[in-house]
Design a protein around this ligand. Structure first.
Ligand code: NAP
Length: 542
C-alpha cells in the first residue's frame, strides 16, 4: 500500500558534517525539514569508518564546526588529530546539543529524487517506501560515501572473515594470532596496517601503488593550549576561511629553487620532524613545479630507505611515477616501521599481481596466500558516486547520470542547470577534497540559505543556474586544473580508481578564498547567472 506523502520545504540527504549543519541552519529559518541518512546514526564517513586506527589527518581544532560559538566553547578535543571514536562523540554532542536527530530518518536510503515541473517540487522516495515532497532538495552526501570493492574476481567465494574499512562492524574484531590480509595502501590502508600489524599473527599488505606518507606526530592537547584556542576561535576560523585549504596550517610563498640545496634540505628535515602537513607548507610551488616536486619526493623516498631495514621492501615501498601530493598525502604514526616487524609482509602487486580471491585467501601470480581475515581498504567512488547511486531526475526527465556522462558538470559545485532547487554541499567542481570539508560545508549551507531567503522574499518558486553560467564555471575549473600536478596521478580525484568512470580533475583548484569569492559574486550581481520562476502555484508545506 503506498505510504502517505509528507510535504516539506527541504529534504536533506545525509547526516554528516554538511547535513547536520544544513538541518540546524534551515530549521532556524523556520523551514519544515526532513533528513534522510543511510547510516544508523549521525556522523557520515565517521559513522561507517570504525576500522582500527581510523583518525582524522587534519588538526581536530580545525576539523570542527564554527557556526556555534557555544559548541566551540563546550567541546574540548583531547588530541591534535582526533581518533574516530572522539569524532563520533563530537557528532553525537552536536546532534544532542542542537536536538537534530528528531528531524532524521536513519538507516534509510534515498532511492530517487524526481523534479515535478508542474508542481515545482522534488519527490524523494526511500528504500523504506516513504515519499517526501519538498520545494528544495539538498544532497549533503559527501565526496566519499560510496565505498568500492576491488575489481578482483572471486570475492564471493572467500570463506574467511571479509571486512570492509568503510563498513566496519560495530563490535571489536580480534586479529590475535590470525593471518590477515589488507588490500589497499591509501590513507585508510596505511592507518589499518600500522594498527593491525601490532596484533595479527601474520599480516600481508597487498600494495599496488605505494603512497607517500609522512609522520603525523600526533599528541595530546594541553589544557593551556586548548584554552588559548578557545579564546581565539573567531580569529582562527577567519584565518582558516582565508587560507587556500580552508585550514590553519603552515604555508609558504617561497619557491623551491629560490633557496640553496642545503637550506632546502634543512627546511624539509624540519618539516619531517614537525610532522603533520608541515611538508606541504615548505614551498609554494610543490604542486606546480615538477622538478621541485621530484626533489621533495626523493627526500621522502630517502626517509623510507632510512626507516625500512630490508632494502627490497624499502625499494618496493618507495612511490615512483607520480608527483608527491598529487594523491592525497597520508599521515602515519609507524607505517614504514611496521614493515620491520617479522610478522608483516609486503606483497608488491606491481610485480606480483593479485589474480583472484579464493575460498581460502588471495592468489597472486606467485601463489596462494591463505588468510583468516581479509580487509578491503580499496577506496570510494569519490565526488560523484553518491549522486549517481540514486536516481536523480531533473526537468524534462533528464537524469544526472546523463548530464554527467562525460564527468561531473555543475555551477560552483552547488547547483546544476536542468535541476531546479537541487543543491549539493561539497559537490564536485567545487574545492571538496582540497580544502577543509567543514569550512566548505558551512559555506555552502550559508550560500544556499541566502538563495532560499532571496527566493522567499521575491516570491520565486524555483531557481537553477543558466547553461551559460555553468559552462563558464566549468571552463574555469578545467583551465585551473591544467595548472596543477594533481591530475598527474591515478586517483579518486580524477576518477581513475573506478572502471569506466570519465577521467578528469573535477575539482576547483583555485583555493578556498577564491571559491568563496566566486560564490559571493554569483549572488551579488543580482543573480544574473540564474533563471528563476515565479511562485504562482507553489504549494506551502503543511
Ligand atoms: P584510496 O586512497 O583510493 O586508496 C585505495 C587503495 O586501494 C589504493 O592503494 C588502491 O591501489 C588500492 N586498490 C584498489 N583496487 C585494488 C586492486 N584491485 N588491487 C590492489 N589494490 C587495489 O582510498 P582510501 O585509502 O580509502 O582513501 C580515500 C580518501 O579518504 C583519502 O584520499 C582521504 O581523502 C580520505 N581518508 C582520510 C582519512 C583521514 O582523515 N585520516 C583516512 C582515510 C581516508 P591503486 O592506487 O593502485 O589503485
Amino acid at each position: 500500500m503506498p505510504s502517505a506523502v509528507t510535504r516539506l520545504d527541504v529534504v536533506i540527504v545525509g547526516a554528516g558534517f554538511g547535513g547536520l549543519c544544513a538541518t540546524h541552519r534551515y530549521r532556524e529559518m523556520g523551514l519544515k525539514i526532513v533528513g534522510i541518512e543511510a547510516g544508523g546514526d549521525v556522523g557520515g564517513v565517521w559513522y561507517w569508518n570504525r576500522y582500527p586506527g581510523a583518525r582524522v589527518d587534519l588538526p581536530s581544532i580545525d576539523y570542527s564546526y564554527s557556526f556555534s560559538p557555544e559548541i566551540e566553547q563546550e567541546w574540548t578535543w583531547s588530541e591534535q588529530f582526533a581518533a574516530q571514536p572522539e569524532l563520533l562523540a563530537y557528532f553525537n554532542f552536536v546532534a544532542d546539543r542542537l536536538d537534530l536527530r528528531r528531524h532524521y530518518h536513519f538507516s534509510t536510503r534515498v532511492t530517487s529524487a524526481v523534479w515535478d515541473e508542474e508542481r515545482k517540487l522534488w519527490t524523494v522516495r526511500t528504500d523504506r517506501g516513504q515519499t517526501f515532497e519538498a520545494t528544495y532538495c539538498i544532497m549533503a552526501t559527501g565526496p566519499l560515501s560510496i565505498p568500492k570493492d576491488p575489481d578482483i574476481p572471486g570475492i564471493a567465494r572467500y570463506k574467511g572473515q571479509l571486512l570492509r574499512a568503510a563498513k566496519w562492524p560495530h563490535h571489536p574484531v580480534s586479529f590475535e594470532g590470525k593471518r590477515v590480509g589488507v588490500i589497499g595502501t591509501g590513507s585508510t590502508g596505511i592507518q589499518i596496517v600500522q594498527e593491525v600489524g601490532k596484533q595479527a599473527g601474520e599480516l600481508f599488505v597487498f600494495q599496488r601503488t605505494p603512497s607517500f606518507t609522512m609522520p603525523m606526530r600526533n599528541q595530546a592537547l594541553e589544557p593551556d593550549y586548548v584554552a588559548e584556542v578557545k579564546r581565539h576561535y573567531a580569529g582562527l576560523r577567519e584565518a582558516a576561511r582565508n587560507s587556500p585549504n580552508g585550514g590553519v596550517r603552515p604555508a609558504s610563498t617561497r619557491a623551491f629553487f629560490s633557496v640553496t640545496p642545503a637550506q632546502r634540505r634543512e627546511l624539509l628535515d624540519d618539516a619531517w620532524k614537525q610532522g603533520g602537513l608541515a611538508m606541504l607548507g615548505t614551498f609554494a610551488d610543490l604542486l606546480s613545479n615538477p622538478e621541485a616536486n621530484e626533489h621533495v619526493a626523493e627526500f621522502v623516498r630517502g626517509k623510507i630507505g632510512e626507516i625500512v631495514k630490508d632494502p627490497v621492501t624499502a625499494e618496493q615501498l618507495k612511490p615512483r611515477g607520480y608527483p608527491i601530493f598529487a594523491r592525497r598525502p597520508c599521515l602515519d604514526s609507524s607505517y614504514y616501521e611496521t614493515f620491520n616487524q617479522p610478522n608483516v609482509h609486503l606483497v608488491d602487486c606491481l610485480t606480483d599481481p593479485i589474480e583472484e580471491i579464493t575460498e581460502k585467501g588471495v592468489r597472486t601470480r606467485a601463489g596462494e596466500i591463505e588468510l583468516d581475515v581479509l580487509i578491503f581498504a580499496t577506496g570510494y567512488d569519490g565526488l560523484t558516486g553518491a549522486m549517481l547511486a540514486c536516481e536523480v531526475v531533473g526537468r524534462g526527465g533528464r537524469r544526472v547520470s546523463e548530464k554527467w556522462k562525460n564527468g561531473a558538470y555543475s555551477y560552483l559545485g552547488l547547483m546544476m542547470e536542468g535541476f531546479p532547487n537541487l543543491f549539493m554541499t561539497t559537490g564536485p567542481n567545487g574545492p571538496a577534497a582540497l580544502a577543509n570539508i567543514i569550512r566548505i560545508s558551512e559555506h555552502d549551507v550559508d550560500w544556499i540559505a541566502a538563495l532560499m531567503t532571496h527566493m522567499d522574499q521575491h516570491g520565486l518558486a524555483c531557481v537553477e543556474p543558466t547553461g551559460e553560467a555553468e559552462d563558464r564555471w566549468m571552463e574555469l575549473v578545467v583551465a585551473l586544473s591544467q595548472r596543477t600536478l594533481l591530475s598527474k596521478a591515478k586517483t579518486w580525484y580524477v576518477g581513475a580508481n573506478v572502471k569506466d568512470k570519465p577521467l578528469g580533475l573535477t575539482l576547483f583548484t583555485g583555493g578556498f578564498p577564491k571559491y568563496r569569492e566566486y560564490c559571493a559574486a554569483a549572488t551579488q550581481d543580482n543573480y544574473r547567472s540564474f533563471a528563476f520562476a515565479q511562485t504562482a502555484d507553489r504549494v506551502a508545506a503543511t
